[in-house]
Ligand binder design. Structure first.
Ligand SMILES: [Zn+2]
Length: 190
């Protein structure tokens, strides 16, 4: 047996150590586990600074604004788990400019509208974990979680988490949300 996990095995993506624990601890909505964690808090090490430089499909980018963008969480707590974040590498909510604060809020609202149109969730968890002690996976770059919730969703999560179709689901989810964002919002056409 090859020591590398097969391409379609659940072990081939995501950190294996904290897999289910991550799904079962909503207060720790970490973006990235220990293995992929940046070595330090600099811009060079920061995936949230790198993602916008690439293409949307590769980076799972749902929408781009002027000062903020929306990206799917690579290790979702729930299906359609998005994050809204500034392009600028800042860690604290109070570091945002007024314009960034407004756009972060507006894109969070739009993420909820789009999520409702695509996935019809019954509710949401919205939130920013400030600092590693508070559960931020990448504390150096502020990100607001938008997590759709369904009644009883905690029961199917482990099943979804173990399925080999997860990478396809993420790509498919990104496309559906990105398409809905363009048609539902209309802000880009303004
Ligand atoms: Zn960054």
């Amino acid at each position: 047996m090859n020591s590398d996990p097969a391409p379609e095995s659940p072990a081939a993506f995501g950190p294996s150590d904290d897999g289910l624990q991550r799904l079962w601890t909503p207060h720790r909505m970490v973006y990235i586990g220990g293995q992929d964690k940046p070595a330090d808090g600099t811009t060079q090490q920061c995936p949230f600074c790198r993602i916008p430089a690439g293409d949307d499909e590769q980076g799972l980018v749902v929408a781009r604004g002027e000062r903020c963008y929306v990206v799917l969480n690579l290790y979702p707590y729930n299906s359609g788990h998005m994050m809204v974040l500034p392009y600028r590498h800042v860690s604290d909510y109070t570091d945002l400019t007024d314009a960034e604060t407004v756009e972060l809020a507006q894109m969070t609202q739009q993420a909820m509208r789009v999520s409702r149109a695509v996935h019809s969730p019954a509710g949401f968890n919205l939130g920013i974990n400030q600092g590693e002690v508070a559960g931020a996976g990448i504390a150096a770059h502020l990100h607001q979680h938008v997590v759709p919730r369904w009644l009883g969703d905690a029961n199917f999560l482990p099943v979804v988490g173990q399925t080999k179709a997860l990478p396809e689901l993420l790509a498919d989810t990104r496309r559906r949300l990105a398409d809905a964002w363009k048609t539902a919002g209309g802000r880009e056409e303004n």
